[in-house]
Design a protein around this ligand. Structure first.
Ligand SMILES: Cc1cc2nc3c(=O)[nH]c(=O)nc-3n(C[C@H](O)[C@H](O)[C@H](O)COP(=O)(O)O)c2cc1C
Length: 203
């Protein structure tokens, strides 16, 4: 059973969430989990201007995903920061190279799930995940979210990301806030939940 965690992160928030998703998925017996990043589309000069170069050293060791990696996984969990309420361009560009997989029905019946990050609390986490689901459905994937059985998403005693659509974190307008323990637990829950479903479906 193979679970692939595919993500883009500019400042490390989604990277941290991806690690937690991976930890969760690894808790399920017989599941092998790999993390990979979608290719960067911005030049080093632009990344420098955006103040992202230092943060990106944190995940430079994570391999770059190839389109065929998607075809060999049973479940794929995608992580993307919000860009104007949608997935980031790097992820969109990567997904737009999957037409060959679509033509071969290569992802039909696989599990797809999404987690995200935004600067602000109501800055489009739900729209990012839900609009991402459209692409997964075009590929014939089975969409899995973050059930309310993860009760941490109902708490109001602290500011937190997360919704039934998927785990999420709030980075803050200056990016200084890293994922909270509640948000990391949500990511772990989502990873384990996806892996458990994959184990049941594909055993
Ligand atoms: C072009 C651009 C658009 C963005 N749009 C939004 C947005 O619509 N809502 C929001 O809350 N944050 C927005 N952000 C902030 C990012 O979502 C935030 O930097 C990201 O979630 C941090 O995750 P990362 O460190 O993994 O990249 C935007 C950032 C950029 C650069």
């Amino acid at each position: 059973m193979k679970v692939l965690v595919v993500y883009y992160s500019m400042y490390g928030h989604i990277h941290r969430m991806a690690e937690a998703v991976t930890e969760g998925a690894k808790k399920v017996n017989s599941v092998v989990v790999h993390m990979c990043r979608v290719p960067e589309t911005l030049s080093e000069e632009i990344l420098k201007k955006m103040g992202a170069l230092e943060a990106q050293k944190m995940f430079a060791h994570v391999p770059i995903c190839k389109v065929d990696d998607l075809a060999s996984a049973d479940a794929i969990i995608f992580g993307t920061p919000t860009r104007f309420g949608n997935m980031c361009g790097q992820m969109r560009q990567f997904l737009d190279t999957t037409a060959g997989l679509w033509a071969k029905n290569a992802l039909v019946g696989k599990i797809g799930s999404v987690f995200t990050s935004s600067a602000t609390q109501h800055g489009g986490q739900e729209s990012t995940i839900l609009s991402f689901h459209i692409t997964l459905l075009h590929h014939g994937m089975i969409v899995v979210g973050l059930p309310y059985a993860f009760t941490g998403q109902t708490r109001i005693d602290e500011i937190t990301g997360c919704s039934p659509y998927g785990a999420s974190t709030i980075a803050g307008s200056d990016g200084a806030r890293m994922p909270s323990e509640n948000e990391l637990n949500a990511a772990r829950y989502q990873g384990k939940h996806v892996a458990e479903i994959a184990a049941k479906l594909f055993k």
